[in-house]
Design a protein around this ligand. Structure first.
Ligand code: FES
Ligand code: FES
Length: 178
């Protein structure tokens, strides 16, 4: 069976049960935030949240996702207001941006476990590969996100997306609302 929950909505993919979750999300649900980088579990570009754990979606089949709760970058917040997104925008972390959805999904899972992570915890949790080399800014932005979550810091809202959330939800019904 291939029934599970994606972004708070029940889904049933009528696809080969061995299909990697990444391709079901991208090709069937049009959720293209999770990226294909290597297909071998090394780069982390495809990272999504499954039951609270950062998971490389190229390495899990839709059969293995049966009954689980999958959250993609599209549903992390309705308005890019998640503390990690705020901190990444404030610190200008992104360069080309290709790896960033996966990094953000890994970072939010870490911060849910501990909102004051050490350098070692960040390095252990964020094993994603960035071809642009934004690594020096990652630690600082994740620590900043922790301060935002702890109520010790506020940052200006991230700039509005180029499309209104309601228009995006109409264009991509799988985005839904949280
Ligand atoms: S595409 Fe999944 S880890 Fe690289
Ligand atoms: S920002 Fe370009 S790959 Fe990471």
């Amino acid at each position: 069976m291939t029934r599970f929950t994606v972004n708070d909505r029940p889904v049933h993919y009528r696809m080969d049960p061995d299909t990697p979750l990444l391709w079901a999300l991208r090709d069937a649900s049009n959720l293209t935030g999770a990226k294909y980088g290597c297909g071998t579990g090394d780069c982390g570009a495809c990272t999504v949240d499954i039951d609270g754990e950062a998971t490389r979606s190229c390495q899990i089949s839709i059969a293995q996702a049966e009954g689980r709760f999958v959250t993609t970058i599209e549903a992390l917040s309705p308005d890019r207001g998640h503390p990690v997104q705020q901190a990444f925008a404030a610190d200008n972390v992104s360069q080309c941006g290709y790896c960033i959805p996966g990094v953000i999904m890994a970072a939010q899972a870490l911060l849910r476990r501990t909102n004051d992570p050490s350098d070692e915890q960040i390095d252990a949790a964020i094993t994603n590969i960035c071809r642009c080399g934004v690594y020096p800014r990652l630690r600082g932005a994740i620590k900043r996100a922790g301060r935002i979550m702890r109520g010790e810091e506020q940052v200006a809202a991230a700039p509005p997306p180029g499309i209104a959330p309601e228009d995006a939800a109409r264009a991509v019904p799988a985005l839904g609302k949280r």
